[in-house]
Every structure is written in C-alpha cells, then in structure tokens.
Design a protein around this ligand. Sequence first.
Ligand SMILES: [Zn+2]
Length: 141
Amino acid sequence: MLNIDEIQNGVVIDHIKAGMSHTLADVAGLYSLDCGVAMIKNVRSTKSGKKDIIKIEGDTSSINFGVLAYIDPEITINHIKNGKIIKKEKPVLPDTLVNVMRCKNPRCITSIEHECDHIFKFTQSGKYRCVYCEEEFNRLK
Ligand SMILES: [Zn+2]
C-alpha cells in the first residue's frame, strides 16, 4: 500500500464518498493503467464522516478525470509533483465521453456491433445519454 507521503509524482483523488472508490477507479480505467494505484477506504474525515482516497503514482496524463465528476461531484483532484501538491482541482464534466462507459441497452447498436465506439453526450437534463439510442448512463451501476 502506498503512503500519501511516498507519492512523488502522480495524483491523489480526495474526498471520495465512502465506498465509491472502486466505481471511480473502474470508470476512470485505473485498473488497466501501468501506474501504482492505492485505494484507501473509510478514512475518517472531519467534513463528511468517512471518505475514500485513491492515490496514483506515475504518468496520469491519459486519465479522464472529468468523468469522475459525474459519479461523485464532491471529489478533489490533487496533482503531486516532486512530493508536493502543485494543483488542486474539482473535475469538470466533459461534453462527450468516448469509450469511457458502455451503453447497457441490449438493443443498442453498440451492443450488436462490437466495433462501434461507445459515445455519450451530456444533455440539458444533466445526464449522459448514448448518442445512438439515447439510453441514460446510470452512475450507480
Ligand atoms: Zn446505446
């Protein structure tokens, strides 16, 4: 397990709702990364009672942090360089997500044509919808 002090270059995702770190890591594709990833669950927090923290050591340039705001808008992304926090940011929702999450509609073209990109657009209703079948992405699944 990585210690927060041991991260020299990477990202610490803080203030994650307790129990959500697995979902966030899955959606952000952290399991397929070549980086060191540590999840710390149920950390005591003065602000929210309990929280999860994810630490990623290494090159994080390929990670889409914006999508995480859809799952948990309260998170903070801390960018670490040479052992110091150089930037703290709240993730911003991207307008379009390509191959980040999959459409769950069995009748959707993306379920039939496996070469098809999974594209979701952020709509006025505040939700992501599949561009092919308009199926809404459910953040809790
Ligand atoms: Zn679809």
